[in-house]
Design a binder for this molecule. Sequence first.
Ligand code: SF4
Length: 220
Amino acid sequence: MLESEVISCRRCPRLVAWREKVAREKKARHREETYWGKPVPGFGDPQAEVAILGLAPAAHGANRTGRLFTGDRSADFLFAALYRTGFSNLPSSEYAGDGLRLSGLWITAAVRCAPPQNRPTPRERDACLPYARREFSLLPRLKVLVCLGSFAWDAALRIYDVRPRPKFGHGTECETGGVTLLGCYHVSQQNTFTRVLTPMMLDDILLRARALGVKNTNTR
Ligand code: SF4
């Protein structure tokens, strides 16, 4: 099964060492917790028409909680928007087992292990992309992939073998012959604190994704 294969993966020595070091050393305010410290699989609605592709687990977010976009400030921003737009039953994502359910949405990442400085190498990206490729092939209704940031956009272009590769932009759309890629600024604090990405901008992207999902379902 794909999920157990992802969780047990040790293909990238640098990332294995980093994710396990972070899990051992911990952040002071989480020192009583047991960190996940392993690759993080995607999660959500298996009948999703829309998927979100992030960069990689955050060191003290998903690498701690074991669920993508769970337990950090990026998660707070993202899930408030997912709740407003009807993709999530809860407005926050605190820990695995918190009762969160996604509707019509799958969440995953280009790279499954937390990388130092949030920067996987091209070799690490290429080693991990087959997991996302397989994951998407297992979502029979998938029509739209929201790519959070240029790293995820670039990864999606590789997954769907798009050539030439269009430049990333917030709101940029790219047809791949089955799934539409939709660019969105990443929900990192660097973008949300500076209002490069506002709640309204994220809502607009998610509503556009839903509309594209309906349109593509009706026309294919
Ligand atoms: S980043 Fe991906 S390929 Fe590399 S060790 Fe983690 S799960 Fe495996």
